[in-house]
Design a protein around this ligand. Structure first.
Ligand code: NAD
Length: 358
């Protein structure tokens, strides 16, 4: 017997109205190599940008033909042409900007992590609800081809009841791209594995328990954890593991996922982790148990193509009234996993993530 090749639906699509005015706050690396290229592909309307370093804002505006550079956040927020504020600054700067933008009646796309402190993330979600504005979080891995296609297959019953999920990444991560992370007290889980934890929630929902162990590479320049193993236990017996090593100096990078169920299996690779941020297209294979794996060809790159997903979802929320898929409220459960992982590693015990509020 041969498994037929299914055709999953996974390419993000924009809602009917998508000419909302977007202004960017923070014009650093990710905006230049991911946000703006994705928005240009889809002809979105970027009305202006602001960075606390005016030269960086001017350079970004020139490179991406952005018509206006604001000289302050207040000027950006006072512009009636701006409906959506797209924030991409280090996490500890995000709450103050988000609260001012919400007070000005703007809808927000915030970068991940929404905040390093759970209490700040909860405050941002509450401020959005008070202002009756949508706050989406840029957890765009959900729209990466491999994860989005897996989600569609799993939703359609391709593997039966999910029983095991594994994400394994061993790579030489270019931490020098984010000099401000070198002395951060949190590294892999807060800034990287957060994508895998959020994707696992997208695929399988919220686990009942989390257990995590963290380690460092000998002599590493970064202060915090660069090697982690995290286990998510679900109430129904599903178990998910996330194993990440950012100090793999071999040329044998591994970045794979494997989702097993009672009737089938999905395996694949996370293309972005092979030569970040250039990356390559994800791969995906699928089989019903007993059959040989078949390859399902995918299109697109996590960076930049998946970056249209959270923006499209935010625009859909504005016109439909249905919360963005990665709303700030939803993201609190992802951050509970992040903080649960740190607490587990520090205290050497298993944590119930939904019990965490700080
Ligand atoms: N895959 C992803 O989703 C992904 C990847 C990389 C980075 N990020 C996130 O995006 C954010 C930015 O990362 P980056 O790599 O672009 O960093 P970066 O250092 O290249 O850029 C950050 C920019 O923000 C500006 N800035 C800082 N504080 C500001 C403030 N209060 N007001 C205005 N501008 C301010 C800085 O001057 C800088 O130009 C971070 O939160 C990071 O975690 C997400």
């Amino acid at each position: 017997m041969h498994t037929e090749i299914p055709t999953p639906t996974y390419i993000p699509t924009l809602p009917p109205i998508h000419d909302y005015g977007i202004a960017i706050v923070g014009c650093g690396g990710i905006v230049n190599y991911a946000h703006l290229p994705a928005y240009r592909t889809h002809n979105l309307t970027i009305v202006g940008c602001f960075d606390r370093d005016p030269a960086v804002a001017a350079r970004t505006a020139a490179a991406h033909h952005i018509p206006r550079v604001y000289d302050s956040l207040a000027a950006l927020l006072a512009d009636p042409a701006v409906t959506i504020v797209d924030i991409a600054v280090p996490a500890w700067e995000q709450r103050a900007i988000a609260e001012q933008a919400l007070a000005a009646g703007k809808h927000l796309l915030c970068q991940k992590p929404l905040s390093e402190a759970l209490a700040d993330a909860i405050a941002i979600a509450a401020a959005g609800e008070r202002a009756q504005c949508w706050v989406a979080v840029n957890q765009q891995m959900r729209w990466s081809a491999g994860i989005a296609a897996s989600a569609d297959l799993i939703r359609n019953g391709a593997i039966g009841t999910p029983t095991d999920a594994q994400i394994w990444v061993s790579a030489d991560t270019p931490w020098h791209m984010w000099p401000w992370l070198r002395d951060s007290a949190h590294l892999d889980v807060m800034y990287h594995s957060i994508h895998y934890l959020d994707s696992l929630r997208h695929l399988f929902g919220n686990p009942a328990h989390i257990t995590s162990r963290h380690a460092r590479y000998p002599g590493q320049p970064e202060r915090a954890e660069t090697k982690t193993v995290t286990i998510l236990d679900y109430a129904d017996g599903l178990q998910a593991t996330v194993m990440v090593n950012h100090h793999d100096a071999s040329r044998d990078t591994a970045a794979t996922f494997r989702f097993l169920g009672t009737t089938g299996i999905i395996t694949g690779t996370i293309g972005s982790m092979y030569d970040y941020p250039h990356g390559r297209t994800d791969t995906l294979s699928y089989a019903r148990h007993g059959d040989a794996l078949v390859d399902i060809p995918l299109k697109g790159l996590w960076i930049p193509d998946a970056f249209i997903g959270p923006m499209a979802s935010l625009m859909n929320a504005i016109q439909s009234g249905i919360a963005p898929v990665t709303s700030a409220r939803d993201n609190i459960a992802t951050l509970q996993l992040v903080h649960g992982a740190y607490r587990s590693a520090q205290q050497g015990r298993t944590i119930a993530p939904d019990s965490l509020s700080s």
